[in-house]
Design a protein around this ligand. Structure first.
Ligand SMILES: CC(C)(COP(=O)(O)OP(=O)(O)OC[C@H]1O[C@@H](n2cnc3c(N)ncnc32)[C@H](O)[C@@H]1OP(=O)(O)O)[C@@H](O)C(=O)NCCC(=O)NCCS
Length: 333
């Protein structure tokens, strides 16, 4: 097991979702899909949609604010803000700079991380390194996305995603608590299996790209399923091996929320009873960077996490990016 110089733990959580709801029934009026198929295969009933006035930073700062309050800190205590997002407000500046200003957390350095659905896991890992090195004490990590803005509502893969944000505050931990393992992976050979072709430097937006609907995401669903069900178990087995824990030692799994089918198959492969796998895609669908902190906040507020619980995080996303982490939870701030 690797020794951390100074360990990190989560001392506060928060979340925020927009009010507007698109139900599966509503999507039936837009595209050739049906509620029964979506619920059975994806586990989704409805998803939240940002209003015209809400950008990713609006969801993010609210989730971040709630996490700072939950941690018992103030905005001035935050040394670093990391935003995991694939739907930034603008190409420049970073969404983190906008969120820093909205929070008026001017003592902090702020930057974005781009790892799509694995972004929050990457963000917590980076935060932990800054805490381990002693450079920063309190790090706000926010996962926030508004995939409704890159969804083609005329295509039936519009059923997968929703908008939402979650946040955690990480701080230093004693030796018996906090993160005990992180494993992150990237495999760029999968880079086009989930992509937004237009709007970057390779293909700037033009009238033609808009006419061809290239500013919306494109996803190879089968590749996502096949990759997800291979790489999630791989990352999870690795963090179990790193820590010497057995799957029976895991009290709760808080995964990214790609689809109920991917999570059930992953649980079967790693031999974890599905009751231990937390899901909320029923209400929010896949909020990409937002999924893990959003569900963590819900599960914590529902009293399902106890001091000493071993919690397993895992995510897979575009890139491919994937990874897993284990934290020994502590109630002490
Ligand atoms: C998308 C996914 C369900 C498609 O299944 P598939 O077997 O790979 O591909 P197919 O296109 O053959 O679809 C299978 C069936 O589902 C149906 N289907 C696919 N998308 C549908 C939709 N949005 N609504 C209703 N039915 C749908 C197809 O019509 C087909 O039905 P049939 O068997 O009666 O012909 C599956 O690949 C998947 O779950 N992938 C994971 C994607 C994911 O989790 N993405 C989010 C993380 S980035």
């Amino acid at each position: 097991m690797k020794q951390f110089v100074r360990k990190a733990k989560i001392i506060g959580t928060g979340s925020y979702v927009p009010e507007k709801i698109y139900t599966n029934k509503y999507l039936e009026t837009l595209v050739d899909t049906n509620d029964e198929w979506i619920q059975k295969n994806l586990g989704i009933k409805e998803r939240r949609i940002a209003s015209d006035k809400e950008a990713t930073s609006d969801l993010a700062w609210r989730a971040g604010y709630n996490a700072i309050l939950d941690a018992g800190l103030t905005k001035d205590d935050i040394d670093l803000i990391i935003i995991a997002t694939a739907t930034p407000d603008r190409l420049a500046p970073s969404t983190a700079a906008i969120v820093q200003d909205k929070l008026q957390a001017y003592n902090s350095v702020a930057f974005d991380i781009a790892a799509v659905c694995s972004g929050f896991l990457y963000g917590m890992s980076v935060a932990s390194q800054f805490i381990a090195s002693g450079v920063y004490d309190n790090v706000l990590v926010i996962g926030a996305d508004t995939f409704s803005r890159i969804t083609d509502w005329k295509r039936r893969d519009c059923v997968f995603f929703g908008d939402g944000a979650g946040a955690t505050v990480l701080s230093s931990a004693n030796v018996n608590e906090g993160f005990i393992a992180f494993r992150l992976y990237t495999d760029g050979r999968g880079k086009w299996n989930y992509t937004v072709p237009a709007g970057g430097s390779e293909m700037p937006c033009t009238q033609e790209t808009v006419n061809n609907r290239l500013h919306y995401f494109q996803m190879d669903g089968r590749a996502v399923y096949e990759t997800g069900t291979k790489v999630l178990p791989k990352a999870i087995f690795q963090v179990l091996s790193d820590t010497g824990l057995k799957i029976e030692d895991i009290d709760l799994m808080i995964p990214h929320q790609p689809s109920i089918a991917i999570l059930k198959e992953t649980a079967r492969i790693i031999n974890l009873p599905f009751e231990k796998v937390m899901t909320n895609m029923e209400k929010y669908a896949n909020t990409s960077g937002g999924t893990i902190p959003l569900i963590l906040d819900e599960v914590k507020k529902a009293g399902k996490i106890k001091s000493g619980s071993n919690i397993l995080f895992a995510a897979v996303g575009s890139g491919w990016t994937y990874g897993a982490a284990i934290i020994k939870w502590s109630m002490c701030k």
